[in-house]
Design a protein around this ligand. Sequence first.
Ligand SMILES: [Fe+2]
Ligand SMILES: [Fe+2]
Length: 164
Amino acid sequence: MFCKLTPAEDARMREILRGVADDPNALVMRQFIQHGTVTTYEHCLRVARIAYWINLRFHCRAREASLLRGAFLHDFYLYDWHACRDITRWHGFKHPLIARYNAETLFQLDETEKNIIQSHMWPLTLTWVPRCREAVLVCLADKMSSTWETLMERRGGGPVLQQP
Ligand SMILES: [Fe+2]
Ligand SMILES: [Fe+2]
C-alpha cells in the first residue's frame, strides 16, 4: 500500500482510535460492504490511515486525534447501502448526516470531528464544506481510498491494506 506507516506511527494511530475503532457499535461496520469485498469497517480504517499518512508526510499540522477519530467515523451510517432502497436512492447525499448523527449519539465529538464527517462527500454535498485542514485531509483520503478499492475490485481483489 502506498501509504505505509512506520510501526511507531501505526501504534500511535491504534492508541488514538482506542475506544472508537474497538467499540461494539463500530465493529458492526464489519457486516456491511462498502466497495466490492471491502467492508465499511476496513474502508474507514483505510481512510484514517491515508489521512494520517498525508498529514505526517506533508507536514499538514492537523490535530491527530480529531483527524483520526473523524476519519474513522466518516462513514458511520450503519447500514448496507446496497440493500437499503429507501436510503440508497440518495445515499451519497444523505449518509454524511446520518453518520454524524450516529457518531454524535454514541461518542463525544468535537467540532472538527463533526465537520470531518458531514463534509467528507464534498463537493457532492455542496453546502457541507470542509472548514478545517482535518476535514480537507479526510475528504481527500476518502476519494483516494474509494478509487483504490474500486480499482482493486476490478482487478479481482488482492492485498490492499496494511491490516488494522
Ligand atoms: Fe462516505
Ligand atoms: Fe468513505
